[in-house]
Design a protein around this ligand. Structure first.
Ligand SMILES: Cc1cc2nc3c(=O)[nH]c(=O)nc-3n(C[C@H](O)[C@H](O)[C@H](O)COP(=O)(O)OP(=O)(O)OC[C@H]3O[C@@H](n4cnc5c(N)ncnc54)[C@H](O)[C@@H]3O)c2cc1C
Length: 593
C-alpha cells in the first residue's frame, strides 16, 4: 500500500482527525491513528507477506482428522491479534478500542494487500462477532464475542448451501427446537470459508436454517450459533458438536483460506448421546436473513476494500517493474545501438499504469468514504445526520462492493500486461493477485445480484430518497469545483452532466412500467452509476489536492484527468442503451445459443 496516499485520503480529504472530537472517539488522536497504521504496515510486511506465495502454492489439505495449513499462518495471526487491532472498531465493553471504522479499514488494507487469504480469518471472525453484538443477547455476547475478539475462537458465516447461493430464500438446513430451549440442526453448508482448522480453540459458526413450519422463502429463515466445540457451564471447552468437515473446495485463488463443505447433524458426533448439531437461536425466529443483511454494509465495504488493496499492490509492483526493466527505444529514435529505455518511458505502458492508478486510488477513496459514513452513522451528534449517513451508505454499498471488484481486477489484469511474459509466470506476484481478486465479484452477492440490489431496491427505496441524497452530495462537490474555477470547474461540469443523465435515465427506467425490461440491464446500470460515483470521488480528491504543489499532487491531478477523459465518457453509450429499454438480452431465446 502507499502510506502517503492513505494519509492523503484519511487526513487531507476525509478529515478523520475531526472525528476525535466526537464522544465515541475521545480516547483517540492523530497519534493513535498513525500508530495503528504504522503497526499494520509492519506486521503485514513482516508476518503476512512471507508466506503469501507458499500458502497459494500449497493449498490446505485434510488428513481425515485435521486440516493442515501452510507454515506461517498461525504465527502471522498471533502477531496480528497481539496488535489489538482485530475488533478495534468495536465497543470498549466487548473488548474493542472504539477506533473509527475508516481508520481500521485503512489499517486492514495493509493486511489484505500483503496476504488476503490469511487476513480472511480475523475478518470473518470480526464479521461474525459484529453480527452477534448487533443481534445476540447479552449472554451470547459474553459467551462468544469476547473470546472471538481475543482471538481464542474464530468465526464463520454459514449461509450458502449447494442448491442455495444467490437465492438464500431456498436454504433447507433444518433447526429442530428441543425441550431445553436449544435447537438441533441438520443440513449441509457449502463454500464455508474458515470452516475447519486448528488455528483457534473453537470455531463459532453462524448458521442460517429453517424452523419447523417456518413460512416459505426469505421470511422463514432463522440465525443460529453452532460452535464446533460445546462449552461447559463455566465456559470451558467440553463436548465436540455434531458439525464436521465433509470436504474441501479447491479454488483458483484465495487458496490460503480453507474453504469447506460442512455437514450438520449427520451423527459424526453425538452431543448428549444424540446426533444433531446443537445450536442457539440468535434474535427472533424467522428474522435471520434480515439480521444477516443488517451487517452486509460493512461486509460489502470490506470486500470492496480487499479488491482495492489487491489492485493497489499489483499497481505498485507493476510500477516498480516498469521502472526497472528496459525494452526498446523511443518512437523516432533512429540509432539501433542507442541505449534501450525503461518500460515506463513508453506512452502505452504509462497508459496501463495510469489506468491502474485511476482505478485503485479511486476505489480506495470510495471504500474509505463509505467507511467514514459508517462512522457518521454511529457517531454524528444529530440524529438526522446519522440517518442521512445511513441512507447514503445504503445506496452506495452495492457500488462500493462491485466497482472495486470489477475495476481493481481490471487493474490486476493490466499489472500482468505491464510485466509482459514475466507477468504470466508464477515467479512474479501479479498473477496471484489477479486470481485472488477474481473471487470478489462472486462472493458476498455476485456482481449481477449487486446490480439488482442497486437498481431494483436501493434507488427506489423511500421514493428514491437515497438516489436524491447522492445527487445532492454530488451537487455540493460540483459547486465547490465550479467555485474553484479552472480545470476543477471543467471536471465539475462533466460530472454535473453525467450525474444529471444518470438521474434522468433512472426515471425513464422506472417510468417504463415494465420491471422485467428495466432490470434486464441492471448490470449496465451498476457499471454506469459506479463510474459516475468514482468520477465524483476523483473530483473530491482533485479538490483536496487543489493548489498544492509537488509530484504527489500532480499525480493525483493527472489520474483525475485520466478518469474524466478515458473513463467517464464510457457511461454515455451505457446510459443511452439503458434509456432505450433495450430488450436484446431479454429476447434472446434459449435455443438461439
Ligand atoms: C471462495 C468462496 C468463498 C465463499 N465463502 C462463503 C462463506 O464463507 N459463507 C457462505 O455462506 N458463502 C460463501 N461463499 C458463497 C458465495 O457467497 C456464493 O458463491 C455466491 O453467493 C453465489 O452463489 P452460487 O455460487 O451458488 O452461484 P449462483 O447463485 O448459482 O449464481 C451463478 C450466476 O448466476 C447469476 N444469478 C443467480 N441468480 C440470479 C438472479 N436472480 N438474477 C440474475 N442473475 C442471477 C449470478 O450472478 C452468477 O453470475 C463463498 C464462495 C466462494 C467461491
Amino acid at each position: 500500500m502507499s502510506r502517503r496516499d492513505l494519509d492523503f485520503l484519511l487526513y487531507e480529504w476525509l478529515d478523520c482527525e475531526a472525528l476525535t472530537s466526537r464522544d465515541r472517539y475521545t480516547e483517540h488522536s492523530r497519534e493513535t491513528f498513525d500508530a495503528a497504521l504504522d503497526v499494520s504496515a509492519q506486521v503485514a510486511t513482516d508476518h503476512f507477506v512471507p508466506h503469501n506465495k507458499a500458502a497459494d502454492a500449497n493449498e490446505p489439505t485434510f488428513d481425515g482428522e485435521h486440516v493442515h495449513l501452510t507454515e506461517g499462518v498461525r504465527e502471522a495471526l498471533t502477531a496480528f491479534w497481539d496488535t489489538g487491532l482485530v475488533g478495534a472498531s468495536m465497543d470498549a465493553e466487548v473488548g474493542g478500542l472504539q477506533f473509527p471504522f475508516v481508520v481500521t479499514a485503512a489499517c486492514t488494507s495493509w493486511f489484505q494487500a500483503a496476504n488476503v487469504a490469511t487476513a480472511a480469518y480475523p475478518f470473518l471472525t470480526l464479521g461474525a462477532a459484529n453480527l452477534l453484538v448487533a443481534h445476540g443477547d447479552a449472554e451470547q455476547v459474553k459467551t462468544w464475542v469476547r473470546p472471538m475478539v481475543a482471538g481464542r475462537f474464530f468465526g464463520t458465516m454459514c449461509l450458502s448451501e449447494p442448491q442455495a447461493g444467490s437465492s438464500l430464500a431456498d436454504v433447507t438446513t433444518r433447526a429442530e427446537p428441543q425441550q431445553d430451549g436449544m435447537y438441533r440442526l441438520f443440513g449441509t453448508k457449502m463454500w464455508i470459508s474458515g470452516g475447519e482448522h486448528d488455528l483457534s480453540e473453537n470455531i463459532v459458526h453462524l448458521v442460517l436454517a429453517r424452523l419447523p413450519a417456518a413460512p416459505p422463502g426469505a421470511r422463514g429463515i432463522s440465525l443460529f450459533i453452532v460452535p464446533k466445540v460445546l462449552l461447559g457451564s463455566d465456559g470451558s471447552l467440553a463436548e465436540r458438536n455434531d458439525v464436521v468437515l465433509a470436504g474441501l473446495n479447491h479454488k483458483m485463488g484465495y487458496r490460503g483460506t480453507v474453504n469447506t463443505v460442512l455437514s450438520f447433524g449427520e451423527g459424526a458426533h453425538t452431543p448428549d448421546g444424540r446426533p444433531g448439531a446443537v445450536g442457539y437461536l440468535v434474535g427472533e425466529p424467522h428474522r435471520g436473513l434480515a439480521a444477516m443483511f443488517h451487517m452486509m454494509n460493512e461486509a460489502r465495504i470490506g470486500v470492496g476494500a480487499g479488491a482495492a488493496a489487491l489492485g493497489y499492490t499489483g499497481y505498485l509492483k507493476s510500477l516498480r517493474y516498469a521502472r526497472e526493466r528496459t525494452q526498446g527505444r523511443p518512437v523516432g529514435a533512429k540509432d539501433p545501438s542507442s541505449a534501450p529505455v525503461r518500460l515506463v518511458d513508453h506512452a502505452d505502458v504509462r497508459r496501463m499504469l495510469l489506468a491502474q492508478k485511476a482505478y485503485v486510488e479511486g476505489a480506495l477513496g470510495l471504500v474509505l468514504y463509505c467507511a467514514r459514513l459508517v462512522d457518521e452513522q454511529v457517531s454524528a451528534e444529530q440524529e438526522g445526520d446519522r440517518l442521512l449517513a445511513g441512507r447514503l451508505l445504503d445506496v452506495l454499498t452495492p457500488i462500493a462492493k462491485s466497482w472495486p471488484s470489477q475495476w481493481c481486477l481490471a487493474a490486476n489484469d493490466l499489472a500482468i500486461q505491464v510485466h509482459g511474459g514475466y507477468g504470466y509466470t508464477r515467479d512474479y506476484d501479479v498473477e496471484q493477485h489477479y486470481r485472488d481478486n477474481r473471487l470478489n465479484p462472486i462472493h458476498e452477492g455476485t456482481h449481477g445480484i449487486q446490480a439488482l440490489d442497486l437498481l431494483g431496491r436501493k434507488v427506489v427505496a423511500d421514493g428514491g430518497a437515497g438516489l436524491s441524497l447522492l445527487a445532492e452530495e454530488i451537487g455540493h462537490t460540483v459547486a465547490r469545483g465550479m467555485a474553484a474555477g479552472g480545470e476543477a470547474a471543467e471536471l465539475a461540469a462533466a460530472l454535473r452532466a453525467s450525474a444529471a443523465r444518470l438521474g434522468e435515465v433512472t426515471a425513464v427506467l422506472w417510468g417504463a412500467g415494465d420491471p422485467e425490461a428495466t432490470l434486464a440491464n441492471a448490470t449496465v446500470y451498476l457499471e454506469a452509476a459506479g463510474h459516475v460515483v468514482v468520477a465524483w470521488v476523483w473530483l473530491e480528491q482533485w479538490l483536496a489536492a487543489e493548489g498544492k504543489p509537488g509530484e504527489f499532487y500532480d499525480g493525483k491531478r493527472q489520474a483525475a484527468r485520466y478518469f474524466y477523459r478515458y473513463e467517464l465518457p464510457r457511461t454515455q453509450p451505457q446510459l443511452d442503451l439503458l434509456a432505450s429499454l433495450d430488450r436484446t438480452t431479454l429476447d434472446m431465446a434459449d435455443g438461439w445459443f
